[in-house]
Design a protein around this ligand. Structure first.
Ligand code: 13P
Ligand code: ZN
Length: 270
């Protein structure tokens, strides 16, 4: 068996959580990441039939039966993942009946996966239906995104428009727009269902008064989506009430045409 601490998926997870922490997006235990792994790759590092213990999923995850995920632990700090991956991360396999997750590695102190496990797993289901190459769900608490969401209506078309109007990269990076949920109780199946519903049409979802979810085929893509929204939210907030030049709709349309992108409907004025 190869050394799992040198596995690319562990190394990348350590780097990503450290980067997110350094960005100031993940205070204390804020934020969580789940990464769908390739079974053959995991088998180079672990006996995938050796179950350490089982953990209830808390919802019906049968659509993900047999799939293996690397997931950050609940209550764990992104700041600490790199120095102790085996305590702060876990690798779990969803059981055939979807009611439990079989722990294959990690959560060494007896811990378990993030309290946002339902939102992560349901988002994986929704994104995999849209894109078979999808792999990562990342949740974070980026400051300016939350600030912008505090001063703007919780309306996804309006929120998306404001982002597209503030940075020419935005429509190119997320032509599918940003889904926005109202303020809800987090850590529940209900917020998982609502998030997954938005994930049918968007790769990014903002939770009002809470944070953001970014998804993608790898950690870089999920991180990059959050990074682009957060940087633009910062521009929006720094110029709040003083903006003189906002990107006109015909330029946003021109960018989408140049890159041959399908834009979220109903965002631009006709
Ligand atoms: P966990 O520590 O359970 O991952 O929760 C952090 C968080 O961001 C809740 O939304
Ligand atoms: Zn959170």
């Amino acid at each position: 068996m190869k050394d799992i601490l040198k596995a690319p998926f562990i190394v990348e997870m350590c780097e990503t959580t450290a980067n997110m922490y350094r960005q100031g997006w993940d205070e204390r235990n804020g934020g969580n990441i789940s990464y769908l792994l390739d079974e053959k790759e995991v088998a180079e590092y672990l006996d995938i039939n050796k179950v350490i213990r089982t953990i209830p999923t808390g919802f019906d995850a049968t659509k993900l039966a047999g799939k293996i995920f690397l997931v950050t632990g609940t209550g764990k700090y992104f700041k600490n993942v790199q120095k102790d991956p085996e305590t702060n991360l876990g690798i779990v396999k969803i059981s055939a009946d979807g009611t439990t997750a079989e722990l294959l590695w990690g959560y060494k102190d007896g811990g378990k996966f993030t309290s946002e496990f339902p939102a992560h797993m349901m988002s994986h289901i929704a994104r995999l239906e849209q894109d078979p190459n999808h792999r990562v769900v990342a949740h974070s608490h980026p400051t300016y995104t939350i600030a912008m969401n505090t001063v703007c209506p919780a309306d996804e078309r309006d929120f998306t428009h404001k982002l597209w109007q503030s940075n020419t990269e935005c429509v190119v990076v997320f032509p599918d727009g940003v889904g926005v949920l109202p303020c809800m109780v987090c850590g529940t199946e209900a917020i998982g269902i609502a998030t997954a519903e938005k994930m049918k049409d968007h790769r990014i979802v903002v939770w009002t008064n809470h944070g953001i979810y970014g998804t993608g085929k790898d950690l870089d893509e999920a991180f990059g989506l959050i990074e682009t929204v957060e940087k633009t939210a910062q521009i929006y907030m720094l110029s709040l009430g003083h903006a003189v030049n906002i990107i006109p709709d015909d330029v946003i349309r021109g960018l989408a045409e140049l890159w041959n992108l399908k834009m979220m409907d109903g965002v631009l004025d006709d």
